[in-house]
Design a protein around this ligand. Structure first.
Ligand code: 5AD
Ligand code: SF4
Length: 448
């Protein structure tokens, strides 16, 4: 490969989960430290980072078509420098390097702190792949956070040891690691100094976080949340994603005790049939999941619930799928994510008997989503008349309109005197399936 000019502008395109969004922001910060600027809207960037997701279908094909789009009809000097990051890079990095000469860098989710060195090589025309998994070292090597959104993410835990039989995460993100308590408290304070009012603690299995607090005591996620709640200027705390097996008494109690911990819980269940759950290696039953939710609701009666579902796991019968619908009817989720099962190479479920046909999966997904949409609208309608705080995150489509989130993670729009980062008191007046309209009562807390 010929040497390339040093890139002056970049664009990071993140796909998939919120952790990828977080990683994308951190990569952007690192490129900024190298003096590379974000490419202006609508203009080509000199360097494009494709921060990929491998959780479901066609992940790799999507990367190749993105690469094709970026390089189509362009000479080597005009085409952008391309880095492939994220979970597809981790799983299929070598193959990508072999198949796509246009790619200069392949960097896994645990190695992106080394992007500047890789970039130096790429500028000299040397292609570089780094899919090591040093985990904690990455966070220590990242630059300080100087700028952020009112609602920010903070990765506290990475990786997963659960090995659900359909899931690639334990292979692409590696074993569970918890970032040290002191680092997290420091980073949370930095985020608040940089303008964050809300922090969502992120982890593939965030409730498995553990660490030693400032007094040397071993604490779990609830202990961390309790201390973060003491950070001045931080108004809201959320966390995602959890596994039912790691929700301890302390975390349940925290929902009743800590005002800053928002009344929202994303707790994936995946399916309603115990046979399917066992085949998925989920280590919980439908009943144990429902009992767990009862305990959370007892601690925080206005808790809004969210979940993840997979339809058409290998061997799932019609009757077993009906059990998923029955569970949905019982829980009444405020929102949820639902997916057709997608065989992931290298996972045990990919080679299981009884792969379900596309038509059956389509039909099951449609029925499940009808039920989930019905419950989401019902939850939003039941919120009309509530007065709550909304964190203003951005401008709405029309002049004078603002968009923010309610404590229950609903999108709320309103008009009036506000600015991004304000926490305002809103009366919810009208409900739609995906958002609510509100009226501004007063500015409860204003941005610094
Ligand atoms: N097929 C379909 N959905 C999947 N998920 C994870 N792996 C797969 C797969 N192979 C879903 C699960 C998980 C969410 C992040 O993605 O519901 O909770
Ligand atoms: Fe994947 Fe979540 Fe299961 Fe871990 S707990 S293997 S991340 S689905």
């Amino acid at each position: 490969m010929k040497p390339t000019n040093s890139p002056k502008t970049y664009r990071v395109k993140s796909f998939g989960c919120q952790m990828n969004v977080y990683d994308g922001e951190r990569m952007a910060e690192m490129l900024g430290e190298q003096g590379i600027m974000p490419a202006p809207e609508g203009e080509d960037a000199d360097l494009v980072v494709l921060n990929t997701c491998h959780i479901r279908e066609k992940a790799a094909e999507k990367v190749y078509s993105d690469i094709g789009r970026l390089t189509k009809g362009k000479t080597q000097t005009k085409a952008p420098m391309i880095a492939v990051a994220g979970c597809v890079a981790q799983a299929e990095g070598e193959e990508i390097m072999r198949r796509s000469p246009a790619v200069s860098m392949v960097v896994g989710p645990q190695a992106y702190h080394r992007l500047p060195e890789m970039l130096e090589k790429a500028v000299k025309g040397e292609r570089a792949t780094d899919t090591d998994m040093p985990a904690i070292a990455k966070f220590a090597a990242l630059p300080e956070r100087r700028r952020t959104n009112p609602a920010s993410f903070l990765t506290v835990q990475e990786g997963c040891d659960k090995f659900c039989t359909y899931c690639v995460v334990p292979y692409t993100r590696g074993a569970e690691i918890s970032r040290p308590y002191a680092d997290l408290v420091t980073e949370a304070k930095k985020l608040v100094d940089a303008g964050a009012k809300e922090i969502t603690l992120l982890g593939q299995n965030v409730s498995a976080w553990s660490g030693e607090d400032g007094k040397g005591h071993q604490v779990g996620l609830a202990g961390l949340i309790r201390d973060l709640a003491k950070v001045d200027g931080l108004a809201r705390i959320r966390y995602t994603t959890s596994h039912p097996a790691d929700m301890d008494d302390d975390l349940i109690a925290a929902h009743g005790e800590i005002d800053k911990l928002m009344p929202f819980l994303h707790l994936p269940v995946q399916a309603g049939s115990d046979r399917v759950l066992k085949a998925m290696n989920r280590s919980h039953t439908a009943e144990s999941y429902l009992k767990l939710l009862d305990r959370f609701r007892a601690a925080r009666p206005d808790l809004a619930l969210s979940g993840d579902f997979i339809v058409g796991f290998p061997g799932e019968t019609d009757a077993e799928f009906e059990e998923t619908l029955a569970l949905v009817d019982e829980v009444k989720y405020a929102q949820a994510f639902s997916f057709k099962y997608s065989p992931r190479p290298g996972t045990p479920a990919a080679t299981m008997d009884g792969q379900v046909s596309k038509d059956v999966m389509d039909e099951r997904l449609r029925r499940l989503q009808d039920a989930l949409n019905r419950d989401q609208l019902a939850f939003n309608e039941a919120s009309v008349g509530r007065i709550c705080e909304v964190l203003v995150e951005r401008k709405g489509k029309h002049l004078g309109q603002w968009l923010g989130k309610s404590p229950w993670l609903q999108s709320v729009w309103f008009e009036g005197d506000a600015q991004i980062g304000d926490l305002v008191e809103i009366e919810l007046v009208e409900a739609g399936p995906n958002s609510l309209a509100g009226t501004l009562r007063e500015t409860a807390l204003s941005a610094a």
